[in-house]
Design a protein around this ligand. Sequence first.
Ligand SMILES: [Zn+2]
Length: 285
Amino acid sequence: MRFHRGGTATAGLALCASVLTACGGSGGTGGSGDPASPPVAGGSASSAPPAPAGSSPASPEGGGLRGKVIAIDPGHNGGNASHTSEIAKQVDVGNGHKECDTTGTETSGGYTESAFTFDVSTRLAKLLRAEGATIVLTRKNDTGVGPCVTERAAIGNRARADAALSIHGDGAPASGHGFHIIEPAPVAGHNTKIVQPSAKLGVALRDAYHSGTGIAYSSYIGTKALDRRDDLGGLNLSTVPKVFIECGNMRNAGDAAKMTSAAGRQSMAEALAKGFAAYFGQGAG
Ligand SMILES: [Zn+2]
């Protein structure tokens, strides 16, 4: 998705720009809204007997995430582009209204953001499941429409996820490169309880992604790859610790080369899996 506020979006990016907000789901709180469930078990190793000493936190043989529920949200959807009126429907994101969902961006070669996010999400889900985690995905394929950002947030909320991650690729001007994490800013009456644990999750994922992929901090937004926003429904309405990651700038040739490579996407997924292991290992929350 295209993330610049106000969007200096250039031509083809316009669609994504408007998505901005839509990108973040909101999700009503449905009723349950029990934000308190997240980190109960966090502790460095208290409940879930971790992998044998010395093994890397996210090593496949581990199982260190047993008992954890993680919601993964692959941004956008492959069918959105052909259902523009449907996804343009306005939804309440807690402090305003935004489009239900958006089409996202793509590389100059036509590799779409929705295909990218779905592939990385699928790879990440597989790795986390191997670690014993229960994974909830917000969509099952890359051919559907939506769901609305509100529902994307609600899915993580209903699952009472211990952590949630929305995966995107940015559509910034081609001269900018690198990745960044978007943490929730407080929106009164909605997400205040998750702001702190989300910031912790954001740092854990940033550090793991940076060292695991070698991709640079964003050159055009945030501070050391960390940004904070209150205009994304997916963060505004989440009742569980949640952040977004813009894995790279799909309009930048260098980033696009990594994002269009299967090996590059696997590396991103492996890094993010390690980030979750680090988050839970340090007592999430
Ligand atoms: Zn996006």
